[in-house]
Design a protein around this ligand. Structure first.
Ligand SMILES: Nc1ncnc2c1ncn2[C@@H]1O[C@H](COP(=O)(O)OP(=O)(O)OP(=O)(O)O)[C@@H](O)[C@H]1O
Ligand SMILES: [Mg+2]
Length: 508
């Protein structure tokens, strides 16, 4: 028959069949065959094998010298029979001898549910078919972007954020490496014609929890309200789990302050704890001083209403903030924000967490003050209109409780066996073929697994509209070899670099 790419051979089932290839078809391609009742069955080519009778072992052993006959056989997995915008499993397997055809784009889009959404993220690999995800589902039911370093996680995350901003969604980004501020500028570099995308800049405000001297790219300092903090507020920010003794000391100190005066700040709390008659007070005092030294509690506090605004992204740029302090800041920031959301004081929105293994480490790989609130948002956020996007290069090191709540999974290249195992555990219907596919995904290509899409699909992510901020800094300079001894730097006077970085001008 004209236009067919193969013919079904051997035994078939409602789930899979083999076909001998005689036309243009490749691994991952979508094909269709007639089922009983003449309706089309859609299937996908999972594997292709080539063999030759003249070179089979049995044949060679027998010393036969027949003319060669080459076979190219494809394994196809049935997706289903599309009808009325839904897809159903065929009741009967397709017949051996039936012709196999390349599936048309309209059928693929309808069967997989690719054009039901309103967020354009790329083109189905091997086709000219736009992949559009549903923005509401992605935000409400959370999303994860997982891949090894340099595979395009931040780039893809930003593509999604652009679409959400265009829909007026409010975003808060925990930006560990200062990559998202560049979203305010239009992109100059991309295959805009093929993907039909126009460059554009977005409405972004970058906040620094350090200070503007350390992070001049930031627009504003990020500060907490340092007045009348409760013991719970502070306990949440202390590293790891504070001991019961520390928490008791905090409660006592704050109760004493409240009985004496109308308002107090962190310095007053430290002075009050110093009065306590307990040996364990020094650990607590050390931790409180660390918080005070950051200057996070002095100056004009950043209001939750300011952080979540429709069609705007607030980027908390952690550049210059000591790593051990970052989860503490995220813990209080998200607790305050989620409380404000529950009370209806801020609009619904999405929280994006880059390098999530630092903020929600899997049990046994570390502890972080931010784990508890992120788990709460993952479990309850949908009810209150707060979504999560979790980005990480180490899926095995991210809290499984949170990852399992992400309904849309965007997976790019992963090769580490532990990370692959973690992905397989979290994904329904993960097969060895899919695992192999994930290991081979080229940069800028993602596998998307979602309840809204019938099967995992592979997508060429569209170019960004806004400028990408994640850069790879060359380490080996081929054009500037260093000649002679490296000049010694003058020793610096005053406080060490670490303290200067952390302290900065307080309240800047
Ligand atoms: N869809 C894409 N189109 C074009 N270029 C891309 C695409 N995705 C990624 N890239 C390129 O790949 C590089 C690495 O991407 P990105 O910074 O997003 O990686 P990453 O996975 O976030 O890495 P890291 O783990 O270091 O944070 C980028 O500099 C970008 O140029
Ligand atoms: Mg990145």
């Amino acid at each position: 028959m004209r236009g067919s790419v193969g013919v079904i051979v051997g035994e078939t089932s409602p789930l899979q069949f083999k076909f001998m290839i005689h036309g243009a078809v490749g691994r991952g391609d979508y094909v269709k065959v007639r089922g009983d009742g003449r309706s089309w069955i859609l299937a996908q080519v999972e594997e292709i094998r080539r063999s030759n009778t003249a070179y089979s072992l049995a044949h060679m052993e027998r010393g036969c010298t027949q003319t060669c006959r080459e076979w190219v056989v494809a394994d196809a997995r049935v997706i289903g029979v599309p009808s009325d915008g839904r897809i159903r499993s065929p009741a009967m397997p397709p017949r051996p001898g039936e012709e196999v055809f390349a599936a048309d784009e309209k059928m693929i889009a309808a069967a997989l549910g690719l054009s039901k959404g309103d967020m354009y993220i790329g083109i189905l690999k091997g086709h000219d078919l736009r992949v559009e995800l549903d923005a509401n589902t992605l935000v409400q039911k959370h999303c994860s972007v997982l891949a090894k370093t340099g595979s395009g996680k931040s780039y893809t995350a930003a593509v999604i954020l652009e679409e959400l901003l265009d829909k007026g969604v409010a975003l808060l980004v925990i930006d560990t490496h200062g990559e998202y501020g560049s979203m305010r500028y239009p992109n100059r570099d991309g295959d805009f014609n093929r993907f039909r995308v126009k460059p554009k800049g977005y409405n972004i405000t970058v906040y620094t929890p350090a200070n503007l001297a350390i992070n001049p790219r930031a627009d504003r300092p990020f500060r907490f309200d340092g007045l009348n903090l409760s013991a719970r507020d502070i306990a949440r920010m202390l590293p790891d789990d504070p001991t019961n003794g520390s928490v008791a000391l905090l409660y006592e100190a704050i109760a004493a302050l409240r009985s004496e005066r109308e308002s107090y700040d962190l310095e007053d709390i430290i002075k009050q704890v110093e009065k306590a008659n307990s040996k364990s007070k020094w650990t607590l005092i050390g931790q409180l001083e660390q918080l005070l030294e950051m200057g996070l509690f002095s100056g004009e506090p950043t209001r939750p209403e300011e952080l979540l605004q429709r069609g705007h992204a607030s980027v908390i740029d952690m550049t210059g903030v000591p790593q051990e302090m970052q989860p503490m800041i995220v813990a209080k920031l998200l607790t305050d924000l989620f409380e404000a959301r529950k009370l209806g004081r801020v609009c619904p929105g999405m929280v994006v967490i880059e390098e999530a293994h630092n903020y929600i480490p899997e049990r046994g790989t570390g502890r972080a003050a931010s784990t508890s609130i992120i788990r709460t948002i993952a479990a309850e956020g949908r009810k209150f209109g707060m979504g999560l996007m979790i980005i990480s290069q180490r899926p095995a090191r991210v809290d499984k409780n949170v990852l399992s709540q992400c309904n849309t999974q965007i997976i790019m290249r992963v090769t580490n066996p532990n990370d692959l195992k973690a992905l397989s555990k979290g994904l329904e219907g993960m097969s060895t073929e899919l695992e192999e596919e994930i290991k081979r995904l080229p940069p800028g290509t993602a596998m998307i697994v979602s309840n809204e899409i019938e099967r995992p699909i592979v997508v060429n992510i569209r170019p960004r509209r806004s400028k990408h901020g994640g850069v790879s800094t060359p380490i080996v300079m081929t054009d500037h070899p260093v000649k002679g001894p490296v000049p010694r730097r003058e020793p610096q006077k005053g406080p060490g670099l670490f303290l200067r970085k952390v302290l900065g001008p307080r309240g800047a």
